[in-house]
Design a protein around this ligand. Structure first.
Ligand code: AMP
Ligand code: MG
Length: 467
């Protein structure tokens, strides 16, 4: 076989766990395969050169699913909008294969839209093209902002007509492959609690620690340390979403990864303006998964995970570890926000004041969240250090606390030695992309695709997001 994707050295970590955790499935056969997105950026991670991979290689491997087997639909349950659902599982995807990156991390190729499985219930097992595009954009945009996220590896249009309540239908179809650190979810453990199988929970926990927390394998108490580190990782993720202005939209426990990685992008949105009550999913009537609720919901989800884990770890220990969550979250959030403002080394009290005032300003003025940081980045200059009235001088921000904010920002600049000042532009650039794909922007690139099959704006947007 000459297809480099089929010659990779796949590992069988999940397969070795045994079929208590998955069901072997077959992919759907599609009438058409058009490669719409291939994530060349990720090829070096798995040791491949862009020039060694042909378009047809992507299609054979990730559209026709030739070659490696078996494909595993993973079993899981989850709390959806607070209610336990024992009828979940990979309903339109499977684990295609697992591959060790040259950074040492074990990655999953997980499909979405690859056909029906025993967990599809009455649904079609498919992914809309628009849904696929939206997930590609989410992964790239979040990655650009430093969020610990899965990314799309490939997106192939498959030539079917789908019917959906939330898209003008019929609508086009696609199959996506996701590159992620694991598809083991909180809900994977929850299912085993439901089945009252502490033996399977223990096996899975050993597996998770061995593959995803390997530094804990030699520790005295790896189970509780795993939970402790997960609490920290999830607090970091929540802080990353909040700083990025990202609302995931559906934080059910089956969408929470056991590695603390962000994944599964359905009705997500980047906020236009700072609004804690903003909701992304049209079906989230109560605002349960609103932008501002995300840190709390993540904490609740961690608490729910204690149920299955307490079959093998003392519950009191789990509860005690979780009490650290708020402090982790606050520290991470402050740290990230102050970086979005350009600073690496401010004293804690100034960081706190500046972040609080910035959030107030964004809330009161209702200026574009991402544009505010993009403007700060493009306009920053040394003159701001000399004179606070020069800070964002051409801005049309209309808010009574703008002057207070400028004074505080100026105070932060004055706190910097020359070297740090030199670094501000870099830090601003690193944390603030010039474009963030808020919903209108995604709609704007989708229009030419539906009307003229014009993909140029989509590729232009990706290039801008990545630059
Ligand atoms: P999600 O909201 O994408 O996280 O999915 C929740 C559950 O519904 C998971 O078990 C999915 O596999 C399943 N699901 C969602 N959409 C489909 C579909 N079109 N066909 C089959 N299963 C689906
Ligand atoms: Mg999901």
């Amino acid at each position: 076989m000459t297809n480099p994707f089929l010659n990779l050295e796949y590992e069988t970590a999940m397969e070795n766990l045994g079929d208590s955790y998955y069901e072997e499935v077959s992919p759907a056969e599609f009438s058409q395969h058009i490669l719409r997105f291939a994530n060349d950026d990720l090829l070096p991670v798995i040791g491949l050169d862009k020039n060694a991979v042909k378009e047809n290689d992507w299609i054979e491997a990730f559209g026709k699913f030739q070659g490696i087997r078996p494909f595993l639909a993973l079993k899981y349950h989850g709390y959806q909008f607070g209610a336990y659902n024992p009828q979940l599982g990979d309903g339109r995807g499977f684990l295609y294969g697992q591959i060790r990156g040259n950074n040492g991390i074990l990655y999953d190729f997980g499909t979405k839209g690859s056909g029906r499985t025993p967990y599809s219930r009455t649904a079609d097992g498919r992914l809309t093209l628009k849904g696929g595009i939206r997930e590609v954009i989410a992964g790239e945009a979040l990655h650009r902002q430093g969020v610990n996220t899965s990314r799309c590896f490939s997106l192939i249009e498959t030539g079917e007509s789908l019917w959906r309540g939330d898209e003008p239908s019929p609508t086009r179809s696609s199959v996506m492959v996701r590159f992620s650190q694991s598809h083991i979810r909180f809900g994977t453990f929850e299912r085993l609690h439901y089945l009252q199988r502490p033996d399977l929970i223990k096996n899975l926990l050993d597996h998770v620690i061995y593959y995803y927390y390997p530094h804990l394998t030699t520790s005295e108490n790896p189970y509780i340390e795993f939970y402790s580190e997960l609490v920290e990782r999830v607090a970091l993720l929540a802080a990353q979403w909040m700083a990025a202005g990202f609302c995931h939209g559906v934080l059910n426990t089956d969408n929470m990864s056991i590695t603390g990685e962000s994944f599964d992008y359905g009705p997500y949105a980047f906020i236009n303006t700072y609004d804690l009550f903003f909701t992304a999913a049209y079906f989230d009537y109560g605002g349960r998964y609103s932008y501002g609720n995300q840190p709390l919901i993540c904490q609740w989800n961690l608490e729910l995970l204690q149920k299955p884990l307490s079959l093998v770890i003392p519950h009191q220990d789990l509860q005690e570890v979780l009490t650290n969550y708020n402090q982790y979250y606050e520290e991470f959030y402050q740290g990230l926000m102050v970086k979005k403002l350009g600073f690496n080394n401010l004293p804690d009290n100034l960081t706190k004041k500046l972040v609080t005032e910035t959030v107030n300003l964004l809330k009161e003025s209702q200026v574009s969240y991402s544009q505010f940081f993009a403007d700060l980045t493009s306009q920053f200059n040394y003159g701001w250090h000399e004179n606070d009235s020069l800070i964002l001088e051409n801005s049309d921000i209309n808010s009574s606390n703008f002057d207070t904010w400028k004074k505080l920002y100026h105070q932060a600049l004055e706190n910097c030695v020359r070297e740090e000042l030199d670094n501000i532009k870099n830090t601003l650039n690193q944390y603030n992309p010039q474009i963030v794909p808020i919903r209108n922007i995604i709609e704007e690139i989708w229009q030419p695709i539906t009307t003229d099959d014009n993909w140029q704006p989509f590729h232009d947007l990706l290039a801008k997001i990545r630059s």
